[in-house]
Ligand binder design. Structure first.
Ligand SMILES: [Fe+2]
Length: 460
């Protein structure tokens, strides 16, 4: 699977050969984001999350698939590609610093937004964990510009996983502001206007890659992988290496009211770690939060490029349900299935923040830890039943669910996943029937797409 961690320099525009039959209703664009350049001159980035952002666009219509890929044109890329120099701090790689450059480990101006995308309403943008929007043209993928937000909700860290509030349609996210008392500033955004909903203080803030939303609440799940913000200034280490695993703190669930931002419940359970929430919803007197949960944060270390390329053991996440009592804050945990699952997706538009049944993700065949993520998983969260798609030597990425236009069932639609064929050194775009989890079609890409993170589909 090393091809998945190898730089791709080629930018192409191509009509893809399609094997099988695409549903006639499938019309629109899948844009995916991920790292594609892992070296600069003779220096290598250290971590999977450090690679320079590339966008990939698959346009569906009339049974055909058009593809193009393009680097995000950022200050970071220009330095890496044109000057052979790592000039900005990334997740786990720092520039060779001068005495003047020891300001903040991970500058927002690097703008290497390689994690996710937000599509639609003329606001197509690439997202990362520093609060800056990198706008791009949805047709050409050309970078339009960098727009730091210009209001008072300032900070150093955000998530690349904003949510759409199910009832209002507002975009919800948080910005973490480091300080003697750090603040998770949860905000909602309508148009270009952001409004602070709540500010949750923390002495030792945790690394929160995503958060949960329901119809009435926002839930911050603070895993005990925490940082003393002073260490950014004093220790001079790359961003993530300032964080420490402190299991004695437990995992904290902060349930916030979407109405007035008040803390409705604040509970703790045993230590765990996660990047991704699957979904969450309100029940009588409690909140249900489903998470792809690791026993600890060792997965962060396991994804350093030398380790992951060398076939080091990969920690696995399992879909786990946490219920938080709104009175008293008691938290209970229950594993939903004994099938590993990461990069989870759901039928978002219809079921985000609401009761649901179907989740899709990537997993590890036989829960083996010696290979990379090598299968797709469909999970029925009610019954715990799983269905998998696996082919030896193939490495699928995040499965994006697209609902059929006249969908009658939650899983009436398709799942789109970029799959690396390791032996052939090429990727394809795989289309599965989401109901049966069987192949409908695949479109062959003329090169290997490095393992990416997230993508979104827009019907347009
Ligand atoms: Fe993510």
């Amino acid at each position: 699977m090393r091809a998945g961690f190898t730089s791709l320099d080629r930018e192409v525009v191509a009509e893809l050969a399609v094997r099988g039959e695409l549903p006639p209703w499938l019309s629109g664009t899948l844009v995916r984001n991920g790292p594609a350049k892992f070296e600069s001159g003779d220096r290598s980035f250290r971590h999977w999350f450090d690679g320079q952002a590339m966008l990939h666009r698959f346009a569906f219509g009339g049974g055909r698939v058009a593809y193009r890929n393009r680097f995000l044109e950022t200050p970071s890329l220009r330095s890496v590609r044109d000057r052979g120099r790592i000039a900005f701090g990334e997740f786990a790689t720092d520039p060779c610093r001068s005495i003047f450059a020891r300001l903040f480990a991970r500058s927002a101006t690097s703008a290497n937004a390689n994690v996710n995308v937000l599509l639609g309403d003329d606001r197509d943008q690439a997202l990362t964990e520093t609060p800056i929007a990198v706008r791009f043209d949805p047709d050409t993928l050309a970078t339009v510009g960098l727009t730091p937000s210009d209001d008072t909700i300032a900070g150093q860290v955000t998530t690349a996983h904003p949510h759409v509030a199910p009832r209002t349609g507002d975009l919800v996210n948080y910005v973490l502001k480091f300080g003697r008392r750090s603040l998770y500033q949860v905000y909602r955004q309508r148009g270009d206007t952001r409004e602070l909903l709540a500010a949750v203080p923390a002495d030792r803030p945790g690394y929160l890659h995503s958060f949960a939303i329901t119809e009435r609440h926002v839930v911050l799940v603070v895993f005990p992988f925490v940082v003393n913000p002073m260490s950014f200034l004093l220790r001079g280490k790359p961003f993530i290496e300032n964080y420490r695993w402190r299991p004695e703190l437990g995992t904290r669930f902060v349930v916030l009211s979407q109405e007035d931002g008040s803390v409705v419940a604040d509970g703790r359970t045993a230590a765990c770690f996660a990047f991704h929430h699957v979904n969450a919803y309100d029940e009588d007197g409690r909140v249900v939060v489903d998470i792809c949960s690791y026993p600890d944060a060792s997965v962060v270390d396991a994804l350093y490029l030398d380790r992951v390329r060398g076939g080091a053991e990969l920690p696995l996440a399992f879909p786990t349900r946490y219920t938080v009592d709104l009175v008293g804050g008691a938290v209970r945990a229950r594993r939903l299935a004994d099938e590993a699952m990461e990069l989870p997706r759901i039928s978002y538009r219809a079921h985000n923040g609401r009761e649901y049944r179907c989740a899709y993700g990537v997993g590890a065949h036989g829960n083996a830890r010696h290979d990379f993520l090598n299968q797709l998983v469909k999970l029925d969260v009610r019954s715990g039943r799983t269905t998998t798609w696996h082919e030896p030597g193939r490495y699928p990425g995040e499965p994006v669910f697209v609902a059929a236009p006249d969908a009658r069932a939650e899983d009436d639609g398709v799942v789109l996943s970029v799959v690396l064929d390791a032996a052939a050194g090429r990727s394809c775009l795989l289309v599965l029937d989401a109901t049966t989890f069987t192949e409908l079609a695949r479109a062959e890409v003329p090169h290997a797409i490095p393992f990416g993170f997230h993508g979104q589909f827009a019907a347009r």
